[in-house]
Design a protein around this ligand. Structure first.
Ligand code: IVH
Length: 677
């Protein structure tokens, strides 16, 4: 390494060797997605190279892997004229559009044979042309208007997935096109960092990629989590293209260019549609955004015969997915009252079709969020719904703000019960002070009490709870146990049979456990894991009820704020009365042997890593259940990991687990482990 006896010649030799190794590992990692060495080993190679280059600056070359950190800023983005124009694509929005496209292709080619297409994900980033001369990257330019783009070589050189030099024997000139994009995780992390520093955040990964790629300072760009997939060939010299586009991509991959592993060769419109559905199903679990798929006639001979219209080829089409983002108007803002009295502002929207469903409400989280985004009634906003997540208002389109747009104010009184609304200093959340006097809070706490992970009262749904509270048949959870079949049968959408079933379910729910009961009480900030910890620490409800705040704080993972909430809850006479009434109705649980504190649960000492989606529960729920049994959940796999729980569409963690020989649990095995007695 920093060995003084090393001659320049031997240093040069070692530098060459290191660069070769690093290039090889980059190829394994980025292009093949199949690394041979650990990140730590890779870092060691890089460090050695950096140290040698520091010692012998004459050995530094612009294409050294150490030079990715970014050279000096440029003063402006130069214009680049594309030697072969960069075309755009026509869009298909429906199956019929696609079928019509396929028909036009066959008519033009005068064939009734099925057409072979290369089907590719349509990445949502920005198109870039990369020029390699004698295998070395010499120019990277944005698409711009298709004829003229901008020189972004300085930034593209910092993207690790873009090779600075091609492998094997590349042609004299190779211009390739691809999409530079930001993976979702990197985008989020980058935005969080920006937010923490009070800097500007980006609305979505596409904008982030576009903004970041067009900046002047490559040292900034080097910090951005760019990635790339190559998908087309532009100008070439010294290579006679294979007959099919898919074969050309295969060759590009061998030269070290990263090609999407999701590209397939399909036949006819039917093959395209099948691919479309397959990708639509994969879309929510991909680590980057795609806004549709692209079908390209695979034969270059046929492509040439079909030619172009205006600025799009006749041989390709983009089949778009329902958009994740749409514009709509905020008609009003209402405040919903939750179980703990928290007031959540909800935007009432002009209904809009986005992410495959019609959206007419979106949560605005809290007043700070409304102020930060400056959302007013009457505003036109961008609404986003990706996957199954709750729709959100991304931003206001200020240019379309009407002069009479109305500022949203926090109501002084609870919209449900009229009690005062309070917002504690430094808290984002405003609360109704009505407690269980407030019908909204009563309904929410009953829903929580009856929920599956609490007392699990089957058949006691939202609509029924609304009726029971509105008719004042039920004021507290204890009242549930006084309900009779006759009372219930008289309610809307209830008959004798379902009423009898509900009474049975109520009866069954009486036999419960201390952690469940504590959780069901709905004490602020007491989730399942905390309830389990409290049960284990105190062993009985009496011990907890009588404990001081200090004693409560001795429970593992219970801090001062939560301890105060718990003490406050038991200090309220009406809460004690409800508990006594529940007991009088026969709700019961066995005490918990005290020594089995949370840290000594059945899974204590075990570390879990979750990857992919589980059918039966969310990730949060899985984590809580592991924690409730004393286990720990970690974000990354290491030798110390006890189990990796694998759901549908797992990520790279599965591979890592296999490499390290960590025990892998599928959903069934995981559930069995949780439910073991
Ligand atoms: S091919 C003539 N393939 O979509 C063919 N484009 O709407 C031109 N895009 O500007 C492009 N993924 O930014 C092609 N697999 C893919 C693509 C793709 C994303 C983008 C690209 C292009 C735009 C056209």
């Amino acid at each position: 390494m920093g060995d003084a006896s090393m001659t320049v010649a031997s240093a040069a030799e070692r530098v060459r060797e290191l660069r070769k190794q690093i290039d090889h590992h980059n190829y394994r990692y980025y292009v093949l997605d199949d690394p041979e060495i650990s990140d730590a080993e890779y870092d060691r190679l890089m460090r050695e190279l950096k140290e040698l280059e520091e010692q012998y600056p004459e050995l530094v070359t612009p294409d050294s892997p150490t030079q990715r950190v970014g050279a000096a800023p440029v003063s402006e983005l130069e214009e680049v004229v594309h030697s072969v124009p960069m075309l755009s694509l026509d869009n298909a929005f429906t199956d019929e559009d696609l079928i019509a496209f396929d028909r036009r292709v066959r008519e033009r080619l005068e064939t009734d044979q099925e057409i072979e297409y290369a089907a590719e994900p349509k990445l949502d980033g920005l198109a870039v042309s990369f020029r390699y001369e004698h295998g070395k990257l010499v120019l990277a330019a944005t698409r711009g208007d298709g004829v003229r783009g901008e020189n972004v070589t300085h930034n593209v050189r910092t993207i690790k997935a873009v090779p600075l030099e091609l492998r094997g024997s590349p042609p004299e000139l190779l211009e390739v096109r691809g999409e530079v994009f930001m993976p979702i995780a990197g985008f989020k992390a980058m935005n969080e960092r920006a937010l923490a520093r009070g800097e500007k955040t980006f609305v979505n990964p596409r904008n982030a990629a576009a903004g970041s790629l067009r900046q002047l300072d490559p040292r900034q760009a080097a910090q951005r989590p760019f990635d790339v997939f190559f998908y087309a060939v532009g100008e070439v010299r010294g290579w006679s293209l294979p007959p099919r586009h898919s074969d050309a991509l295969e060759q590009l991959r061998e030269w070290g260019l990263k090609i999407s592993p999701l590209i397939r060769v399909v036949r006819g419109a039917a093959g395209c549609l099948e691919y479309y559905r397959d990708m639509a199903a994969k879309r929510p679990s991909l680590p980057y955004e795609i806004d549709g798929v692209v079908y390209k006639v695979n034969s270059y001979v046929q492509q040439r015969e079909l030619g172009f219209v205006a600025r799009a080829p006749r041989w390709a089409i983009a089949h778009k997915f329902p958009a994740h983002e749409e514009n709509t108007i905020v008609r009003g803002v209402e405040f919903q009252v939750g179980r703990t009295g928290a007031l959540t502002p909800v935007a009432r929207l002009e209904p809009v079709f986005v992410g495959g469903v019609t959206v007419s409400n979106a949560t605005l989280h809290n007043m700070d969020e409304i102020r930060r985004k400056d959302i007013r009634i009457g505003d036109t906003v961008v609404v986003r719904r990706a996957g199954d997540v709750i729709p959100e208002v991304v931003k206001v389109i200020l240019e379309r703000r009407p002069p009479d747009a109305q500022i949203v104010e926090l109501p002084a009184k609870c919209p449900v019960c009229g009690s005062d609304v309070e917002r504690e200093e430094g808290e984002a959340i405003a609360r109704c002070t009505g407690g269980l006097f407030c019908a909204a809070q009563r309904k929410e706490s009953l829903r929580h009490f009856a929920s599956r992970r609490a007392l699990d009262i089957e058949g006691l749904g939202t609509k029924l709870i609304d009726q029971l509270v509105d008719l004042e048949l039920v004021r507290s959870p204890a009242d549930l146990y006084a309900l009779t079949v006759e009372q219930l049968a008289g309610l809307e959408r209830m008959g004798e049979k379902s009423a009898a079933k509900l009474v049975e379910a109520l009866e069954r729910s009486k036999d419960t456990t201390l952690p469940r009961f504590l959780y069901a009480l709905g004490i602020r900030d007491v989730g399942e894991a905390t309830a389990a910890a409290l049960a284990a620490h105190f062993g009985s409800l009496e011990a907890l009820q009588d404990a001081t705040e200090e004693q409560i704080r001795e429970t593992p993972d219970v801090g001062p704020v939560v301890a105060a909430h718990i003490r406050h809850f038991f200090d309220q006479a009406h809460n004690r009365e409800v508990i006594a009434a529940l007991r009088a109705h026969g709700v019961r649980w066995p005490d918990v042997p005290r020594k089995s504190a949370l840290t000594e649960g059945r899974l204590s000492g075990k570390t879990f890593v979750l990857t992919g989606t589980l059918d039966s529960m969310s990730r949060e729920e899985a984590s809580e259940r592991i924690a409730a049994l004393g286990g720990k959940v970690s974000g990354s796999v290491s030798k110390k990991t006890s189990y990796v729980v694998v759901g549908a569409e797992p990520g790279s963690k599965l591979k890592k687990a296999q490499e390290l020989g960590v025990e892998i649990l599928d959903e069934k095995a995981f559930l069995a482990l949780l439910e073991q007695r």
